[in-house]
Design a protein around this ligand. Structure first.
Ligand code: ADP
Ligand code: MG
Length: 501
């Protein structure tokens, strides 16, 4: 049936079920995407999002499908090539690109496969590839090797490849997990552009603000079942979080006065030329100090100076009253600081290593072995006890770290650092790529660490995150601390207004 009604849909699925062994990954799920729509697929880790995408793109066969239509045509069975030929593409999280090949070869890959060198029309291919990059507003050189590009740029290449295949339905599985704010904004612009051109985009993301910003509708999955389909215009982050987790996400201010507690860190007039200037603050034992600002405000640069990774050009720091001028990150760690970086995926963990090695053998491991008082065995025991305390869900310790969810990866990073027994913990955007349920878990840990006396500097660009987890909030903009707020005397919209306006 191809009446006007069905043609308006890029995709219609009804009654999709899929099991893996005894596990019901999808249970009678319906899913519809309108032509040219930006549609979000939301759900906690393990809710079945990727499985659904893999069924639509022919990677998995469903056990049961009552209806499967692409662009108004019934689909009996589909292979990855068949999906591509019907105009369906996926941008996987690992991008499935070839890093040693050129931009050209990556974009034109599917056109080149199966052709003899003689059969390839290079001139025509280049013209088409350039036109696609032009359309995306990113005129990349075709000759450069992919490995020379940032992750954000590689993603553009993956999108360009999809467009070379005349994709009219593109799935993006957590595309922003390892992008910065400005890279994310750029990607969202591209998604809008695709949608305006009539390409439907199905977007998977853990960042609820981003979901509500980009999508017109959202389909929520929980434990392999459809919770519902909602218009984003009527949806709030809190409600969406509740639908995803099935729990009331308690967003309440937990701020307490800690300013009478001993000062763990004092910073006075700290500057680093060109990055930030005249930053002053105190951080007390047991206090969670939120540091909010946009990307580029100088927050991460400040964290790097506190951690001894770069030297300040002016100003003073003290830790527990003693002058503090770390000469290196190792020196900062020795004096009681710990730092969970923003860039967990590329810096914090070795993705290709087993979990056990990641908790004990890591960049930090090398630092730890230099700590005079800590024997290897004692250190390993310490890390393991933290893994237990933080409730990290792991299969076998020998599994690759990349098999863990973002939330559990982040807990492993935390465990490594807590094993150094720090006095001050700097958390830089700790929930990037972490789903909403796991976020709540991480912040419960943060709170209990603070209750046990740890001083915590919580860097974030999300108003809700600092609002509901900090005792005080510093606002940084263009390299300066511009205000201090009390979470008890402010609302999230007010804070957003100040920070994002
Ligand atoms: P999401 O993408 O929402 O995080 P997935 O679709 O990846 O969820 O996973 C849904 C469930 O199916 C999870 O419990 C996951 O462990 C399981 N699963 C996914 N792929 C496989 C597979 N190839 N073999 C066994 N179990 C799988
Ligand atoms: Mg997934």
């Amino acid at each position: 049936m191809t009446d006007a009604n069905t043609e308006r849909f890029a995709l219609r699925l009804k009654g999709i079920s899929k099991t893996f062994g005894g596990l019901q990954a999808l249970d009678d799920v319906d899913f519809e995407v309108r032509a040219g729509e930006v549609h979000c697929l939301a759900g906690e880790n393990g809710s079945g999002k990727s499985t659904l995408i893999k069924i639509i793109t022919g990677v998995y066969q469903p056990q049961k499908a009552e209806l499967f239509e692409l662009f108004g045509e019934a689909v009996r069975s589909i292979s990855p090539t068949g999906a591509r030929n019907r105009g369906v593409s996926v941008i996987w999280q690992d991008l499935a690109l070839f890093s040693h090949m050129s931009v050209r070869e990556n974009i034109c890959f599917d056109d080149m496969v199966g052709l003899t060198p003689k059969g390839v029309h290079y001139g025509e291919m280049d013209r088409k590839a350039r036109a696609v990059l032009e359309r995306l507003g990113v005129p990349l050189e075709l000759d450069i090797p992919l490995e020379a590009l940032s992750i954000a740029r590689r993603q553009i290449v993956a999108i360009a490849r999809a467009l070379m295949n005349d994709a009219r339905l593109i799935f993006m599985d957590e595309p922003t997990a390892s992008l910065s704010r400005s890279e994310t904004d750029h990607l969202l612009d591209i998604v809008r552009k695709l949608s305006a051109d009539g390409v439907a985009v199905v977007f998977v993301s853990h960042r609820l603000a981003e979901v509500l910003e980009i999508a017109s509708r959202v389909t929520v999955l929980r434990d392999g079942r459809l919770v519902g389909v909602y218009d984003c215009a009527d949806m709030t982050q809190v409600r969406l979080g509740e639908l995803m987790t099935g729990q009331l996400i308690e967003n309440k201010v937990v701020a307490r006065d800690r300013v009478d507690a001993p000062k763990v860190m004092e910073v006075r007039g700290l500057s680093r030329a060109g990055e930030f200037e005249n930053v002053s603050f105190d951080l007390h034992a047991g206090e969670v100090l939120g540091l909010i600002g946009l990307i580029g405000a100088g927050r991460t640069e400040l964290a790097h100076v506190l951690m001894g990774m770069r030297a300040p050009t002016a100003g003073d720091m003290r830790v527990e009253g003693r002058p503090f001028r770390p000469s290196s990150i190792r020196d900062a760690i020795r004096q009681g600081l710990a730092y969970v970086s923003e860039d967990r995926l590329s810096l914090g963990l070795l993705q290709k290593q087993p979990i056990e090695d990641n908790t004990v053998i890591s960049v930090l491991h090398k630092l730890l072995t230099r700590l005079p008082l800590l024997s290897m065995r004692k250190r390993d025991a310490l890390v393991r006890s933290w893994v237990d305390k933080l409730g990290v869900k792991i299969g076998r310790p020998s599994d690759l770290i990349s098999t863990l969810s973002g939330g559990n990866q982040q807990k492993i990073v935390l465990a490594k650092w807590l094993a150094t027994e720090p006095k001050l913990l700097i958390l830089d955007s700790p929930t990037v790529g972490v789903d909403i349920g796991a976020r709540a878990g991480i912040f419960r840990i943060v709170r209990s660490l603070a209750d046990s006396g740890l001083a915590i500097l919580l860097i974030s660009d999300e108003a809700t995150e600092v609002m509901f987890n900090s005792d005080r909030i510093l606002h940084m903009a263009e390299g300066q601390i511009v205000a201090e707020y009390d979470p008890r005397k402010m609302t999230v919209p007010e804070l957003e207004e100040r920070v994002y306006a």
